[in-house]
Design a protein around this ligand. Structure first.
Ligand code: SF4
Ligand code: ZN
Length: 125
């Protein structure tokens, strides 16, 4: 029973993270005038980035304990994809506040907490 519950919450966590990343890439793609032909349709480059991010979320070994990829210390993304996702986060992060305020605030809190934790660990070394 407990395992079934864990599987369900892991799945909902994956779903939540996929929805968040899809919104952010959508904001970035639309806001930068890429050639996605219709509302909600991404340009090929952003679509490839989204599919790549979905694959990573599906295979992430830290899904049970992690918050968001942006706070991960491993970062399993290929260098070019990491650079693209970094650009997406920078652009879409502040704009998410107006479109999806709850996940945006959650994301901000987790990011700040991860930065503070990292600083604390660095100071100890
Ligand atoms: S970057 Fe980190 S948290 Fe994100 S999918 Fe890769 S290993 Fe998991
Ligand atoms: Zn795009």
């Amino acid at each position: 029973m407990k395992n079934k519950m864990n599987t369900i919450s892991l799945e909902s966590k994956r779903k939540e993270e996929k929805a968040l990343i899809a919104s952010m890439i959508g904001i970035y793609c639309k806001g930068n005038g890429h050639d996605g032909k219709h509302e909600g349709i991404l340009c090929p480059e952003c679509q490839a980035l989204l599919s790549y991010a979905y694959q990573k979320i599906d295979k992430c070994p830290f899904m049970e304990t992690k918050t968001f990829c942006s706070t991960c210390t491993v970062h399993c993304y290929r260098a070019d994809m990491q650079e693209q996702i970094r650009r997406v986060m920078k652009y879409a992060g502040p704009r998410m506040l107006f479109v999806h305020p709850v996940p945006a605030v959650k994301h901000m809190i987790n990011t700040v907490a991860a930065i503070l934790k990292k600083r604390k660990e660095t100071r100890k070394e």
